[in-house]
Design a protein. Structure first.
Length: 180
């Protein structure tokens, strides 16, 4: 019979251990995200999969803020982050450091997530777009490629924090890194 694990049985690492631990070679770039709850959720997902860093761009709210903390549950203290005035500035900086840039969007020549093979020879940055307008076209133009999550319902739209969780898990799983 399955028994739910208690908090002490989860063997959670400390903030200090997290900071010193090996990270997934992935940066998440939030392109003008409006919702503080979405930002907090992205921090929490980033903590769960040891994402390297989050870039908060444009109108994206930054910690510390009570509304972000509601969903981040302390992940703003563990996951490194920085603010950039524009997403273009963030993308240009990441490209100069050798990152492969992938916008997460529905586009004419997108790669379906289930067919995406993450590069093993360079770090990755994924761009998550605004809740209404998605990833800005200028940012898509700067990207190496576009990744799309196949969807089969009537909406063809997922919440940005849900999308982030799906894409981060997929990259984490496909890279099969040993982070322990």
């Amino acid at each position: 019979m399955n028994k739910k694990l208690s908090l002490s049985e989860l063997n959670r690492i400390s903030t200090e251990e997290f900071k010193a631990s090996k990270k997934l070679p992935l940066v998440i770039v939030l392109d003008n995200i409006r919702s503080m709850n979405n930002v907090g959720s992205v921090f929490r997902t980033s903590d769960a999969f040891r994402v390297e860093e989050i870039f908060l761009c444009g109108i994206t709210p930054t910690p510390p803020h009570r509304e972000i903390n509601k969903t981040a549950l302390g992940a703003t203290e563990t996951v490194d982050w920085q603010y950039k005035q524009t997403t273009k500035e963030a993308v240009e900086e990441l490209k100069s450091k050798g990152y492969k840039i992938y916008s997460i969007e529905q586009a004419t020549e997108s790669i379906m997530l289930n067919e995406f093979i993450p590069p093993k020879d360079s770090p990755i940055a994924i761009i998550m777009g605004n809740e209404v307008d998605g990833v800005d076209q200028q940012v898509i133009d700067l990207s190496d490629s576009v990744i799309e999550i196949p969807q089969y319902g009537t909406k063809h739209s997922l919440n940005v924090s849900v999308t982030t969780g799906i894409v981060v898990w997929d990259i984490f799983y496909k890279l099969k890194l040993k982070l322990d």
